[in-house]
Design a protein around this ligand. Sequence first.
Ligand code: HEM
Length: 545
Amino acid sequence: TTFLLFFQSLRRLRPEPEGPAGASPRHVIADMYAASVSGLPRLSALRSGARRLATGHGELDVAQTQTAAPGKYRTMEDLPGPSLATTAYWLFAKGYAEKTHVLQMEHKKIYGPMWRSKFGSFNVVNVASAELISKVIRQEGQYPLRTDLPHWKEYLDLRGRAYGIHVSTGAEWYRLRSALNPKMLKLKEVSAYAPVIHQVVGDLLQRLEVLRLRSKDRTTVSNLTELFYRFGFEGISTILFETRLGCLQEEIPKDTLRFIAATNDMLSLSNSVLFFPQWTRGILPFWKDFVKAWDDLYDVAETLINKKMEEIDSKLSRGKQVEGMYLTYLLSSGKLTKEEIYISITELLLGGVDTTSNTLSWTLYHLAQDMDVQEQLHNEVTSVCPGQQLPNIEDLKRMPYMKAIIKEILRLYPVVPGNGRLVTEKEVILDNYWFPEKTQFHLCHFAASHDESEFPDAERFIPERWLRGTPTQSQHHPYSSIPFGVGVRACVGKRVAELEMYFLLSRLVQRYKVKPGEAMTTIEPKTRTLLIPGNPINLKFIPRV
Ligand code: HEM
């Protein structure tokens, strides 16, 4: 993958054949959330709506090189920053390919909080302070884009499928997003999912107990992220498809295994598909496998959705009231076509698995190392919900320390360490700089949330920073740690993710003391587009009774 990153960027330097008028060039960008749907670190290929202009000095990208800034402003050309060769040196010679989150901080030290990364004729503007990030987001307009996903679009076109929120743009994206937001973003609406989340948490706890007792010392659970991945998959599927898939069973059902494999394959093949030119598709397996993975994904998702639809129709035809969760809402709201529902549910699933599972892994990793924090959390949870009483939404309101722990974990390990923004509607002004519309911004969330001036002792895990009225309460900029993003394009699954994490964490600490596994050393994060643990996390779970 490391080499892929490099070669892909070199490939971008070759002029592309001129397409029909308005054909979009491919571009490169590092470490952005849109790339996260590929599941791998990469300099992702972009297509922008910008037109190319052939000049005596080679092709220039009109939108990216236009310098018609009002006189008093400086332009992209005036920004400091590394060339492609320098970036390649950092990534490969200095070994930052899997530590692009740290690279954000290194570059910030050298160039200041705003710098330009050059990839041939394509520029990315990196912003790495809370203030600058807030300024970009405040100017993002009605229809902000992260980047686009040409390979997803190509698949959907190939099969004549509808676009979802990742591929559609402008007013069309907004229409889809507006249909998805209710029942996902409001705490009151999301509370309806509490009973099924509790069921899934119950299954996770049972599975954990089995694994623990099966281990040599009858306490250690190895590779927690894998277990939490299964939890994430089951949790979000239960809400989206309103059915249990059996991810936490000893024997995972065949169709569920196919679903999981298709999800992983589609994401991991994304890179190869983007990297190799179209003419290789007859020779190399990537595109064929990518299409097969999408087909499998659709096949399972469609079957599950159609089954639900039949149930609803049958109930309605018998004059019965229809009650359900997210899928029922989408099917009965009439806001989306059936095809749009297939893709939207699939996209929500893709967004909702790795994100929660990685955050949970980091949380337990830190709790295991910090017994004081763990005991304080245990005291809080058991004072609100004694014994093994199930917490409800009201109970969660009385668990500020648990929320502070998750906030602190997401500050230290923002799952999306760098996000992208393409402001499509207008130019952007940042301090005394002017950027034309369609400039690609890279929001360096990791650098902002590790900024010592915002969070003193930034590398330390101090949940108390997030508690009002404590001496350590942090006085940070509101955009210094925004792990779910902010604004119209922010994470649609935030509420569900929080509920899953709070329920799991509270019930886990009711039952177990968590300690580091034998020989467990410090675990550093690595960037696989998402920020993930660099090594397996193995912990001991010691029953509390
Ligand atoms: C700890 C958990 C999670 C974190 C930290 C997280 C973070 C993010 C971030 C940073 C973005 C980009 C926001 C932006 O561009 O401004 C995003 C987008 C998104 N997330 Fe999440 N997420 C989490 C869980 C979930 C879950 C559980 C779901 C599914 C229900 C989900 C579905 C999505 C979708 C569909 C988008 C794209 C929204 C759009 O483009 O309009 N995420 N998430």
